[in-house]
Design a protein around this ligand. Structure first.
Ligand SMILES: NC(=O)c1ccc[n+]([C@@H]2O[C@H](COP(=O)([O-])OP(=O)(O)OC[C@H]3O[C@@H](n4cnc5c(N)ncnc54)[C@H](OP(=O)(O)O)[C@@H]3O)[C@@H](O)[C@H]2O)c1
Length: 269
């Protein structure tokens, strides 16, 4: 039996991680969300499993995360095996570059700070809140869900000017992962970042015709970066391969503090 905490499980990859991990009744799966009532109803309707606990916790709120860790601790006798920082923000500003964003410096700065709070500071608070439990767990694995967009190669090769705040704050997340590993590897904790590929979660909000055009432009850059890229992969497949890599990786074989694609190969797409 293993225990898992995953942040941001209301939808997308987070919900799929919960679905796959809770399929084994021996596992205990804890999902952190911003709207507990709504997600509990969704879990009951779509999964109806008793080994899932949904906990209220905005990952930008350190106090809520501490409370969440207490709730988990009471149910697991102070232990946790796996922690997955999945919650993230990819706002509509993802569709344009610094040339367009420069038109409103105040909005640009607020956008950067908001992405930093959710994509970098949130996982740092999450890791700190749950690390005492992880140190008592048997697996001792801490995973950040990152993105190939955080690798400068994926920006430079296709001149991908989009996803500015998202890429910058995920690159910072990758460094935070390395820093956590620098502290906790010696205690047997694997901390690593994994890119799940491009996944069909609808995470990018396409609402207008103009959004659609901008999104197509971004996909054209993806294709330039990776000519074999055919479009986002199903969420089930991506989640399965992320979990497979999480299970395979150990602290002693070069994974500690690393940032890797779920396929362990480049290109990320
Ligand atoms: N989809 C892709 O193609 C892709 C590619 C590379 C990397 N990734 C990474 O994979 C992960 C999952 O992506 P996704 O596409 O499944 O995302 P998504 O569909 O946009 O879902 C994001 C999740 O994060 C939650 N969240 C956002 N801010 C939060 C906060 N402050 N506190 C708690 N939860 C919060 C959201 O909850 P609410 O419902 O409350 O908003 C939602 O459950 C992310 O880390 C993303 O960067 C995705």
């Amino acid at each position: 039996m293993s225990s898992y905490v995953i942040s941001g499980v209301s939808r997308g990859l987070g919900f799929e991680f919960v679905r796959q991990l809770s399929a084994s009744p021996a596992n205990s799966v804890f999902g952190l969300v911003r709207d507990k009532t709504a997600v509990e109803a969704k879990v009951a309707a779509e999964l109806g499993r008793t080994n899932i606990t949904i906990i209220q916790a905005d990952t930008t709120n350190a106090a809520e995360l501490e409370k969440a860790a207490q709730i988990v601790s009471e149910k697991t006798n102070g232990t946790l095996d796996y922690l997955i920082a999945n919650a993230a923000l990819q706002a509509k500003t993802a569709l344009v570059g610094f040339d367009v964003l420069a038109q409103d410096p105040t909005a640009l700065e607020e956008d950067l700070i908001e992405h930093f709070r959710v994509n970098t500071v949130g996982p740092i608070h999450l890791f700190n809140a749950f690390m005492p439990l992880i140190l008592n767990g048997h697996a001792k694995k801490v995973i950040a869900i990152s993105t190939g967009a955080a690798d400068t190669e994926m920006t430079l090769k296709p001149e991908m000017y989009q996803a500015t705040a998202y890429s910058i704050t995920k690159a910072a997340l990758n460094m935070a992962v390395a820093k956590f590993s620098a502290v906790y590897r010696r205690e047997g904790v694997l901390v690593m970042a994994i890119c799940p590929g491009a996944v069909a979660t609808g995470g990018l909000q396409i609402e207008t015709e103009e959004d659609g055009k901008l999104a197509m432009e971004m996909f054209a850059r993806f294709k330039e970066y990776s000519p074999t890229f055919q479009g986002p992969e199903p969420v089930e497949d991506s989640a399965r391969s992320v979990l497979a890599l999480m299970n395979k990786a150990t602290v002693d074989d070069g994974y500690a503090g690393a940032f890797l694609s779920h396929t362990e190969k480049k290109p990320y797409l």
